[in-house]
Write a protein that binds this ligand. Structure first.
Ligand SMILES: Nc1ncnc2c1ncn2[C@@H]1O[C@H](COP(=O)(O)OP(=O)(O)OP(=O)(O)O)[C@@H](O)[C@H]1O
Ligand SMILES: [Mg+2]
Length: 311
């Protein structure tokens, strides 16, 4: 869940929108001025950033790029149905406590109060992402990524709202743990359900859309530099054309990158109907979508995409 590493060199927060954009670009993240603006403001005002968008458009990657470019630790809380406060904040290591009790029984040399105090000390505390994010970190406040928030339920959201408002956690046996400096918080959602207004109100919001053709080409240059200029342009044009179709699941940027890599692995130099049909599984992940694009249909899309391709 967390990504500890040797302490990276902390860098100062960007001083302008342009600096924020350049900083993300340096970490391999291509973004427009709109996204750079909310990132800059979130950092400057110390507000959580709430990112919504379709799958594979680069929401999670923003947090990773931010952590890398600011030299902060990235702490990730992956949300799922049934996630509760214990798994998000802390748990007592029950098996280790039991072993300690057994050892104390066998030795018989410790008084009960001392044992009880010991059992609920840091030694037996399992830190989960939220507690970790509120604990001092060597490189300064970490980036806390609360990923796919829409997968949790409302009670957890309410709990999160509280945790994000004062950045402190109370552990009855240990007392209050308060973040020395609030973490940089990024929340993401695929919008499988609406997240509550109260939580959204605390955050700056940005809808991460599919990139324009030129931006997607830039992303491909960064993420799949092994693809030739010609192939990259054809790939991006085809994907952009495909996204205008009424699909069950449109391909995201992640799929564009994957597809380009597959084509390179197959030594495809330029798109043709056969190469597209053979590799469609890298782009479309539902059989109903794939079944629509066979033979002449692919040829038609390819022709139309070629007309759209950037010069
Ligand atoms: N703007 C971008 N610049 C550089 N790389 C990008 C960009 N957008 C997406 N990517 C690439 O696409 C991949 C998928 O992005 P990411 O996992 O962040 O998507 P997501 O929106 O979180 O998707 P999901 O909703 O499925 O979790 C990343 O690994 C990254 O390589
Ligand atoms: Mg994601």
């Amino acid at each position: 869940m967390t990504a500890p590493s040797t302490a990276p060199a902390t860098k100062p927060l960007p001083a302008s929108i342009d600096a924020a954009q350049a900083m993300l670009a340096e970490a391999g993240y291509v973004c427009g001025r709109d996204l750079a603006t909310v990132v800059f403001l979130a950092l400057k005002l110390g507000r959580p950033l709430f990112l919504e968008g379709e799958a594979g458009v680069g929401k999670t990657e923003i947090a990773k790029a931010l952590a890398a470019s600011l030299g902060r630790r990235l702490i990730r809380l992956q949300c799922y149905e049934g996630l509760d406060a214990a798994s998000a904040v802390y748990e007592w290591n029950f098996p280790a406590q039991m072993v300690e009790i057994r050892l104390a029984e066998a030795g018989g040399d410790r008084d009960r109060d001392a044992l009880a105090k010991d059992l609920f000390s840091e030694r037996f505390l399992t830190r989960r992402p939220l507690l970790e994010a509120m604990s001092p970190q060597p490189g300064g406040a970490p980036v806390l990524l609360i990923d796919e928030l829409d997968r949790t339920d409302e009670p957890f959201e309410a709990f999160l709202l509280e945790a994000l408002s004062d950045f402190q956690v109370t552990i009855p046996e240990l007392g209050v743990i308060k973040a020395p400096e609030p973490p940089i918080v990024i929340l993401t959602s695929n919008r499988t359900r609406e997240v509550h207004d109260a939580l959204k109100r605390r955050c700056l919001y940005h809808w991460v859309d599919y990139p324009s053709m030129s931006r997607e080409l830039e992303i491909l240059h960064k993420r799949a530099p092994e693809a030739s200029e010609r192939l990259s342009r054809e790939v991006v044009a085809f994907v952009q054309r495909l996204r205008t179709e009424d699909l069950f699941k449109k391909p995201g940027v992640a799929e564009t990158i994957d597809w380009a890599k597959c084509l390179v692995a197959l030594d495809v130099l330029a798109l043709d109907p056969q190469a597209v049909t053979d590799t469609l599984g890298a782009l479309l992940k539902y059989q109903d979508d794939i079944a629509r694009y066979q033979g002449s249909e692919v040829k038609k899309l390819l022709d139309e995409a070629q007309d759209m391709a950037p010069a």
